[in-house]
Design a protein around this ligand. Structure first.
Ligand code: UDP
Length: 253
C-alpha cells in the first residue's frame, strides 16, 4: 500500500522523546548543495531521513519549508524590477515545489504525509486548515506546510512561528547551516562563540541572527521555545528531539 493511503500511522512515543509536537523549519538551502539552485536528490533524501527519524520517535512532526533555493522575494524584485509583492508570491510558489519534492522523499521512506498550502492550489495539495492539520498529526502523518503564511512581505520563519503557536507545538526546531546561534558569523570569524542557551530578550536586544524579529516575538508571546541546530550533521535533529543539549536553545529565562 502506498504510504499516503495509510489512514493511521501513529507511532508510540519514545520514552526519552522530549516533545509531543514540533514544527521543523527547513530552509530552501537544505535542498541543494551550498550556493546551489533547485532541488537535488542527495540533499532531498538527507532532509527526508532526518525528518523521518524524528517522526519515528513518535513526535508529531509538521515541517515548514523555505524557498530560498529558488528565490527570495526581496532580492528578486530588485534584480528583475518587479513589484515586491509579486516576487514574494513567486517565492511562496518556490516553497510549494520544495514541499512536493519533500513529500515524495518522505513517503519513499514509508511515512505518510500531507502537504498543506497557505495559497489555494487545490489540484496539487490541501489548503492549510488548522484543525485538519492537527488531525493529520494525531494520525501520525508528517504535515508539510507550503507557501509560508500566504502573505507577501514576511518569510517562512514567521510562518513557522505562527504555525507553532496555533498548532500548540512544544518547540520550533530551526535547521541551519551552522551549529546554532553565535556571537558573530562563524563562517567569517573562526573565534565566534556558540551560545548554548539564550532568552528571547537577549536575542531581540542583541539583534542576534536567529530568525526575523517578528518570528521571535510570536514565539516569546506564545512561549514556544526555539532550538537552532545544524541540518548538515546527520542525526542532530533526532538528538534535539530526544532533548540532548545540542545547538542553541532560546526560551524564557
Ligand atoms: N514568502 C512570503 N511570505 C511567506 C513566506 C515566504 O512572501 O509567508 C516569500 C518571500 O519572498 C521569501 C520566499 O518566499 O523570500 C522564500 O521564503 P524564505 O526566504 O523564508 O525561504 P528560506 O530562506 O527559508 O529558504
Amino acid at each position: 500500500m502506498h504510504p499516503s493511503s495509510t489512514s493511521d500511522a501513529r507511532i508510540e512515543r519514545h520514552p526519552q522523546a522530549r516533545f509531543h509536537r514540533v514544527i521543523l523549519k527547513i530552509s530552501g538551502e537544505g535542498f541543494c548543495p551550498p550556493g546551489g539552485f533547485g532541488v537535488h536528490r542527495e540533499e532531498l533524501d538527507r532532509v527526508a531521513r532526518e525528518i523521518v527519524d524524528v517522526h519515528r520517535l513518535g513526535v508529531q512532526t509538521a515541517v515548514v519549508v523555505g524557498g530560498g533555493n529558488f528565490l527570495r522575494g526581496a532580492n528578486f524584485a530588485t534584480e528583475i524590477g518587479i513589484d515586491s509583492a509579486t516576487a514574494d508570491y513567486m517565492g511562496m510558489l518556490g516553497t510549494v515545489i520544495n514541499a512536493l519534492a519533500l513529500q515524495e522523499a518522505v513517503e519513499r521512506l514509508g511515512v505518510p504525509t500531507r502537504v498543506q498550502s497557505a495559497l489555494m492550489i487545490s489540484r496539487v495539495c490541501e489548503s492549510f486548515i488548522r484543525r485538519r492539520c492537527i488531525r493529520h498529526l494525531e494520525k501520525g502523518r508528517v504535515v508539510i506546510m507550503a507557501a509560508g503564511t500566504g502573505n507577501p512581505h514576511v518569510t517562512t520563519d514567521s510562518c513557522a512561528a505562527l504555525r507553532a503557536a496555533e498548532l500548540g507545538a512544544d518547540a520550533l526546531l530551526k535547521a541551519t547551516k551552522v551549529d546554532g546561534v553565535y556571537d558573530s558569523d562563524p563562517r567569517q570569524n573562526a573565534g565566534a562563540k556558540l551560545y548554548e542557551s539564550l532568552t528571547f530578550d537577549q536575542v531581540i536586544n542583541q539583534r542576534l541572527k536567529v530568525m526575523d524579529v517578528s518570528a521571535i516575538d510570536v514565539c516569546q508571546q506564545h512561549r514556544v521555545p526555539i532550538v537552532v541546530f545544524n541540518l548538515f550533521k546527520t542525526g542532530t535533529m533526532r538528538r534535539v528531539a530526544l532533548g540532548e543539549r545540542v545547538g542553541t536553545h532560546v526560551g524564557e529565562p
